[in-house]
Design a protein around this ligand. Structure first.
Ligand SMILES: CC(C)(COP(=O)(O)OP(=O)(O)OC[C@H]1O[C@@H](n2cnc3c(N)ncnc32)[C@H](O)[C@@H]1OP(=O)(O)O)[C@@H](O)C(=O)NCCC(=O)NCCS
Length: 278
């Protein structure tokens, strides 16, 4: 088996191989070529630093590496079901760690879906340690809203993409790779709402409004009770976007999450974030 840089392959070949590695995955996540290209662009995936394992002319598996100032991020790692437990996953990990070392990065990050024991064991074997658990939450559209929550709101300010990026750049909490300002900057047309409550509470939400779905939601409470302010911000948001369902990725289990739940979000699945110094 040989390792090659992913840049030697077309996006079509990479997408096909990726989909084959995920046929039996815990949370089905098939990709198409356009989505994989978008994924690589938004998350700064470097195909030169990403690896494909090949035997003859058969692709056995692949792993990708995002690269940002001193940091690397392992993603899309997978081996085709028929070729597992023969050392391919290990070879890909060694290729990715080697590429990160050659690039002079200090720290590597990744996430693994909670319950994916083979991948968790593999990452532990390569020195990755858990940092935190992250929640992927969803919400169905609703037509009814709690008037009591609106009665608490004093002022709503709508902001554009540039303002949203400024808010994100000044966050208190350490964001996960998916939610880092670098990722959000690469997304086009983010929107934001600043919400102030009559009791002095305030905070904001940044998001991307698609036709059918709100994505890339990030909430920060700057003043006041995190549960109350989060619920108010999200109620205002969803009243403005009644038709879309919503997905909020990689939330921490904290007071803000309680506010998300009060606004109708439920826990879809969880990821374990892990890191390893280089
Ligand atoms: C996780 C995955 C990449 C491992 O690939 P692989 O080629 O089977 O891995 P290897 O043969 O190199 O095994 C290396 C280590 O992984 C762990 N591992 C692999 N399969 C395992 C299993 N079924 N149960 C427990 N540990 C397992 C072990 O620690 C193993 O070391 P060991 O052989 O000394 O026990 C593969 O199972 C896969 O593609 N799964 C589906 C996609 C996926 O989960 N990707 C990760 C997303 S975060």
């Amino acid at each position: 088996m040989d390792l090659h840089p992913a840049s030697k392959f077309t996006f079509e070949q990479l997408t096909n191989a990726y989909n084959e590695t995920r046929v039996d995955y815990l949370v089905p996540m098939p990709m198409n070529v356009a989505r994989l290209m978008e994924y690589c662009r938004v998350y700064d995936v470097s195909l030169e630093h990403s690896c494909v394992a090949v035997e003859g002319d058969v692709m056995l598996g692949l792993g990708m590496l995002g690269v940002r100032q001193g940091r690397g991020w392992i993603t899309r790692l997978g081996v085709l079901p028929a070729g597992r437990r023969k050392g391919t996953g290990s070879a890909l990990m060694e290729g990715l760690i080697g590429a990160a070392q050659d690039e002079g990065l200090d720290m590597m990050w990744l996430e693994v879906i909670k319950g994916n024991d083979p991948a968790y064991q593999l990452f532990q074997k390569y020195g990755f340690k858990e940092t935190r658990e992250l929640i992927v939450a969803r919400r169905a559209p609703k037509t009814q809203f709690n008037q009591e929550v609106f009665d608490k709101v004093k002022r709503i300010t709508t902001l554009n993409h540039e303002d949203a990026i400024i808010l994100l750049a000044h966050r208190e909490e350490r964001p996960n790779w998916l939610n880092e300002t670098e990722s959000q900057q690469n997304v086009r047309n983010l929107s934001a709402l600043l919400v102030e409550l009559k009791n002095g509470g305030r905070g904001w939400v940044t998001y991307h409004a698609g036709l059918l779905q709100l994505t890339r939601l990030i909430v920060e409470v700057t003043v006041g009770d995190p549960v109350e302010v989060t619920e108010a911000i999200l109620t205002v948001l969803h009243q403005r976007h009644r038709r879309q369902d919503s997905i909020a990725e990689n939330l921490c289990e904290d007071q803000t999450w309680l506010g998300f739940q009060k606004a109708g979000y439920f826990d879809s699945f969880r990821r374990i974030e892990m890191k390893r110094p280089l």
